[in-house]
Design a protein around this ligand. Structure first.
Ligand SMILES: [Zn+2]
Length: 503
């Protein structure tokens, strides 16, 4: 299915500022996309902040002073290798260009070595075959000036939410009971001047991250609740491996350490049970020492197998040691050392990092299906933009008034409900299927007689009749995962037959 086309047509997302020539890598969310994004973020918060009573969310500014990025190393190291055509001026990422020609992965190779490969294999401009200039680097942080005149400060848009947590560690540690582990979560925007943004929400220049920085005592590598996950089987692709395999969490705890393995298990639980990603579409990929950043002692990517793009990284679990706080202590001269159990040390950091937009793209891609006569997005019921839609069977005979009244009551009970009376019932069902609405409620002539409505399941197209006074309770159960047939009296006609009649 064409996800990009569907996303635009149904109100999920599209290129930003679309009445003007768009800037690549910037996207606007419509009302449907915004609602799904909110639900995804709420689910992320409920799950990850729920892992420990000392995991908190904070909201740092996205404009940060230059010193932050001197300390983090972004000004020096956050660069991509670029190569420019001497004839047409086209610029592209040198590693991507070489990969495209030699059909081999070269991400992370130093510019000089990429340059040597270009000369050795006589690689030319991808657009005009012109000669290429020497491989250079482009820093991806967006600079800006905050203030004016003599007071102007050199600043940057943050390229990752993590720095907001690191610069707030000392302050948060002091106000939040002075104990470890301390988790600081940020769900917020990050900005990177990518040379080649691509695949819609997968590689963007402005994007949303959901990250949790866990500050812990490096001498306490156990986790108090590790026993709960010890027997879980995790889907992993070890460094250098070819095929994903199942590994007992205990085995990974022995090889890595229990505190790290516990969080791997919880991340998998979030993807398989909360987001309901099929197991075969999920894996952790271990990065080799050559692949990972020098400060990461352990780095496992979270990857999903997407119908439209294949395996894509949607997040990671990074053990960053004391790198971040030690660097901020060095540059700021503020003390990051804490004292616990009679020992003074700089806390270590475990980072759970997820890209929100690329996860939304992945969820849409995995859930979107085309089947006989319809396109349907099988979002987990709790991730749909609306909990339910309500339709009058016909736009007369008092049915619209009755439907609106039911809508109002459901909204008062806390449901998000969509009302539509603008076409045949079959067409209204199709539109709901295409935005992933899990339930449709139809008000018909029988409703006026016996105070019952029909409830339709997006996935099976099955329908049951439910008394109005039980509707809110039935809808709650349905959204919690109870099968439709358990909630009311099934309609006699087969669902497909009935919908064909309604068209
Ligand atoms: Zn060229």
């Amino acid at each position: 299915m064409d996800i990009i086309e569907l996303a635009k047509r149904r109100g999920f997302f599209w290129p930003s500022s679309l009445v003007y020539p768009p800037i690549a890598g910037l996207y606007d969310y419509g009302h449907i996309g915004t609602m799904v994004k909110r639900k995804w973020e709420a689910a992320w918060r409920a799950f990850f902040l729920g892992l420990d009573e000392y995991y908190y969310e904070i909201s740092p500014a996205v404009i940060m002073p230059e010193q932050v990025f001197q300390a983090s190393g972004h000004l020096e190291h956050f660069v991509d290798p670029v190569v420019r055509c001497t004839k047409c001026g086209h610029t592209e990422r040198a590693d991507h260009l070489v990969e495209g020609v030699l059909k081999e992965g070269f991400e992370g190779l130093p510019p000089a070595e990429l340059d040597a490969l270009i000369r050795q294999h006589k690689i030319t401009c991808g657009k005009c075959k012109g000669a290429l200039a020497e491989v250079g680097v482009l820093n991806m942080t967006f600079p800006l000036k905050a203030g004016t005149g003599a007071e102007a400060r050199q600043a940057y848009l943050t390229p990752e939410t993590a720095q907001g947590a690191y610069v707030n560690f000392r302050q948060m540690f002091d106000v939040a009971r002075k104990r470890l582990p301390l988790g600081l979560a940020v769900v917020g925007k990050a900005f990177r001047n990518e040379i080649a943004p691509r695949n819609a929400l997968v590689r963007m220049r402005e994007f949303t991250q959901a990250e949790l920085q866990i500050f812990f005592d490096p001498e306490k590598q156990d986790h108090p609740r590790f026993a709960e996950v010890a027997k879980h089987k995790l889907r992993i692709l070890p460094a250098g491996g070819k095929e994903a395999q199942d590994a007992p969490c205990q085995e990974l705890a022995n090889r890595l350490f229990p505190f790290y393995a516990y969080h791997l298990a919880k991340i998998q639980e979030f993807f398989l049970e909360v987001l309901q990603i099929p197991r075969e579409r999920f894996r952790f990929r271990e990065l080799s020492p050559e692949e990972r950043a020098f400060y990461n002692r352990l780095h496992w990517d979270i990857e999903l197998d997407l119908p439209s793009l294949g395996w894509k990284e949607v997040g990671g679990l990074h053990y960053r040691g004391d790198h971040d706080l030690a660097r901020h202590q060095e540059v700021s001269k503020e003390k990051m050392t804490i004292t616990e159990d009679g020992r003074s040390f700089i806390p270590h950091v475990l980072e759970i990092s997820l890209g929100v937009d690329r996860n939304l793209y992945a969820l849409l891609d995995v859930c979107a299906q085309e089947e006989a006569g319809r396109a349907v997005i099988r979002f987990p019921r709790g991730f749909a933009p609306f909990d339910a839609a309500i339709f009058p069977l016909v736009n007369k005979d008092g049915l619209p008034d009755q439907a609106r009244e039911i809508k109002q009551r459901l909204q008062q009970a806390g449901f998000s409900v969509f009302y539509d009376a603008s076409g045949s019932i079959g067409r209204m069902y199709r539109r709901m299927d295409e935005i992933g609405g899990p339930a449709c409620i139809t008000v018909d002539h029988q409703t006026l007689q016996d105070r019952t409505v029909t409830l339709r399941d997006r996935d099976t197209m099955g329908q049951v009749r439910i008394p109005l006074q039980e509707l809110a309770k039935a809808l709650r159960s349905f959204l919690d995962g109870v099968a439709l047939e358990k909630l009311g009296t099934p309609l006699a006609k087969s669902p497909s037959r009935r919908e064909a009649d309604d068209e």
